[in-house]
Design a protein around this ligand. Sequence first.
Ligand code: GLN
Length: 443
Amino acid sequence: MNNNGFTSAAELAENIHNGKISSVAAVTECLNTIRESAHLNNFITVCESEAMIAAERIDADIKSGKCGTLTGVPVAVKDNICTKGIKTTCASKLFSDYVPDSDASVISRLKKAGAIIIGKANMDEFAFGSSNEYSAYGVVHNARDNTKVAGGSSGGSANAVAARQVPLAIGTDTGGSVRQPAAFCGVVGLKPTYGAIDRSGVVGLCPSMEQVGTFSNDCDDALLLFSVLSGRENACRLDGNVCGKTIGVAKEFLQAEMSESVKNAFTSATEKLKENGASIVEVSVPSFFAGLAAYHVLSSAEAVDSFRKIIKSYPHTELLGEEVKRRMLTGAIVLSGDNYENLYIKAAKVRTVIKAEYDNALMRCDALLCPVTATAALPIGGITDPHQSHMCDSFLAPVSLAGLPAVSVPFGSEHGLPLGVQIIGRRNAEYDILNIGKALTAS
Ligand code: GLN
């Protein structure tokens, strides 16, 4: 609980609604917390004056009886999501002066629900990375241990929630960029079903996989934020009841490389679900191990295409960081000559097979349980080889290829650092996976 006296966004919204706390007070408190923990480097831009003006307007609206789902609740926004009149840098020097003249669709939805944009969160440049070390605006320091990374690419968003600077944040997830930093920072990170949330106004490079996702302290808040972003208002509250549910564990997940603590946390999570009346079945997704490679082939090829359009208006490519240049080079190689058939077409086939395998597995169970990352948050500067950082995403990328919804919830720890488990659902089953998440995180 921070000084605003809220334990959740839902509670804060209710308190603002009931007049127990003003939106101006809530925003002031968040801005103070952001200032006090500025060393974490979670924000590229803090929208102090804009947020205060919005809060004053919200307080006046409440007095005249107008109230939305997220009335007065401060939200952090990843800096690749366009905000009208506010710089949107994508953590790149190339976009250092880019001020969009309209809001992304998700921002319009947030504003309509009464939420207040408190700032633009740090990220890996153009959302390429798994550690937030590839930002032109500096590394994000994990709130639990400042010597560790916060994960990426949505590191600032996840860490701002973990540091209690904001109750809610949004990010984007193409191959794990919401779920992985959520696990590293010990918060809930939801990647919805592909296509569930309108992505217009998101500076995305991989349109066939990228999704806007949510960060919150619990699963109820994730459902609340998801319902606002997707426009699918869900009247049902989560009850955390998993009795009679069937949870699948693919044997391939257990064969993958992971630390002892991750393995133990994963085993404890299955035990906890069993204790709550769920049954565990073994399933199989044989192409799981090909997922990460296929993801990198497809995502870098798509990125080259997206970048061609960007470069027409922003030609100074010398301003780009190393990782973005590497991805462009990979993409160009993938798309050239014989490689197109040998790499791109093969990866596309793998994607089709993975999709079918996950769908088949989900016909035998209500959801799949899977680790999020192979270890807890790594030390800053600890990843020397970029491919090592890509390895972080092996549990995440196949889900993105399949377009399925998945949530990372905090579960277990490694040397005092949080770990997460991932619950993967059928398409549009956000409610169900969050409900399982609620059962897992209940004390
Ligand atoms: N870490 C992955 C990558 O670097 C995922 C990025 C993302 O989801 N935006 O490609």
